[in-house]
Write a protein that binds this ligand. Structure first.
Ligand SMILES: Nc1ncnc2c1ncn2[C@@H]1O[C@H](COP(=O)(O)OP(=O)(O)OP(=O)(O)O)[C@@H](O)[C@H]1O
Length: 279
């Protein structure tokens, strides 16, 4: 679905490359998590998937990004946005209509769809994001979690095959965070939408991502299944990545020779501790 080949990017005027010779693929239906410390290039990478980089934000762009076979250098942002929906950190920056319904309709109006199809898509997008009944609400009156789900609904109405979400929960309270993460899981597991998610909640990525890539100062330094990534707890810590508390405790117990292998989530840690207490 996405193929990134030897991608490097330097913003106009910047001294350093923000992305350095990155290559990886995302398969159809896959859930890819992106981890990395602040400034490692996660947002820059997200902006390359629907062509904002290099079309709207310029710089020295090397290598290629292919989305469903389209080279993003050649396809327009409008064309790519039908395939890749992008959701950013702050929902307020993406909402500017007077009602929830108009917000979702807005993106659809330029597609030349008939009124019935627009109505159907609005209904579907609001239902799936759990915003049914709030059609006439003024978006600024919504809670943080509802606003972010509305931002997701307006992107979903375009029926993208890939959803790229750049730290969509970082400005939400725990309830809003939980709502948005459950929605992302549902979109991937039940609707088959390919997900690319930048998220600091490593427990969530461990449970739901199929694969994780890790960036460090613009370089792709790790790629693998969540288990393979979290086994390298010490390296992740060196990179400034928050690791789940259960992983931290598990790694410490393993270091002290109390556990044979690292426990990588709460369930595994509890099981290992029970066995340890029995022995
Ligand atoms: N518009 C810009 N112009 C110049 N440099 C930029 C621009 N945007 C980002 N950068 C630089 O590119 C590098 C990567 O930034 P980016 O925002 O992609 O990292 P990030 O991993 O998403 O960080 P965060 O987690 O803080 O959002 C940083 O060194 C940053 O200063």
């Amino acid at each position: 679905m996405i193929r990134v080949e030897d991608l490097s990017f330097k913003y106009t005027g910047a001294k350093e490359y923000s992305l350095k010779d990155i290559s990886f693929k995302v398969k159809k239906g896959e859930f890819l998590g992106i981890l990395g410390a602040s400034g490692s290039g996660k947002s820059t990478l997200c902006l390359t998937f629907n062509g904002i980089i290099p079309h709207s934000i310029r710089g020295d762009f090397r290598g290629n990004v292919f989305v469903k076979g389209y080279n993003t250098r050649e396809a327009s942002v409008a064309e790519l946005s039908k395939i890749v929906g992008l959701v950013l950190q702050n929902p307020d920056s993406q909402l500017f209509n007077m009602t929830v319904e108009e917000e979702v309709a807005f993106a659809l109006e330029n597609l030349g769809l008939d009124v019935e199809e627009i109505r159907r898509r609005i209904y579907w997008a609001l239902k799936i994001t759990g915003l049914e009944g709030l059609e006439k609400e003024f978006p600024p009156n919504l809670s943080g979690g509802q606003k972010q789900r509305l931002a997701i609904a307006s992107v979903l109405a375009l029926k993208p095959e890939v959803l790229v979400l750049d730290e969509p929960t970082s400005q939400l309270d725990p309830i809003g965070r939980e709502q948005v993460l459950s929605l992302i899981t549902l979109l991937n597991k039940e609707q088959g939408i390919t997900i690319v998610l930048v998220e600091h909640n490593t427990e969530y990525l461990f449970d739901f991502a199929d694969r994780i890539i890790v960036l460090d100062r613009g370089e792709l330094v790790m790629e693998g299944k969540p288990r393979e990534i979290f086994e390298e707890a010490d390296y992740l810590r060196e990179l400034g990545i928050r690791i789940p508390i259960s992983v931290k405790i598990g790694a410490e117990l393993k270091r002290k020779g109390l556990l044979e292998k690292a426990a990588l989530n709460d369930k595994e840690l509890i099981k290992a501790l029970k066995a340890l207490l029995k022995s």
